[in-house]
Design a protein around this ligand. Sequence first.
Ligand SMILES: [Zn+2]
Length: 208
Amino acid sequence: MSRTFQIPIPAEGQSPITFPNRCVSCGAPRQAESTLQINRLVQRGKQQVQVSAKYPVPHCERCARSTKAVFLAGCIPYVLGFLLVGGLAFIVITFGASLLGLDEYGQPNNANSLILGAAVGLVAGLVGGFIFELGARIVLLPVFGRALLQAPLLASQFVNDSDYVAGLKAKPDPKTTQIQLTFTNDEIASEFQALNAARLIPAGSGVR
Ligand SMILES: [Zn+2]
């Protein structure tokens, strides 16, 4: 069973969030590190602020490798799908609209067809990436097994701004002052709880 904690994102200069000194996924001795990364633009008062946070997460060699492999297994088909489907839609729509005379409206030499093509291409690309990643996942499942099933799809990670490494999922709250950490390994979750007891925000305290 997985366990979830809510913890404030430490400001710069504050001591970072502490992870147990062994693999967060399987509990083996620490041999490597994987990085959880949060990047987000948030509105603070009148300003847009870029909030980025990086957390080095202890992994054993095997889980660190599997994190990279799972990421690539999602990323490569996603990018391919985005380029192929998005690119094709862009070309078809841009030329189609141009042939149909869309560029003859409004100012001379304007590029209505190009704008329409780019907009449709972007949407088609996002959908294409999602479909290709899903397809690759079905094909690769026998190779990767459980590690792949546990990882959220990239498309959903983009939507949530969440990040994932083997055994741990991170998702910032809408204001990006707190982060939600979900551990798949119960034992590691308990150790994490003990290490960060002073900082954890009790579940359901309604801090938003
Ligand atoms: Zn491990």
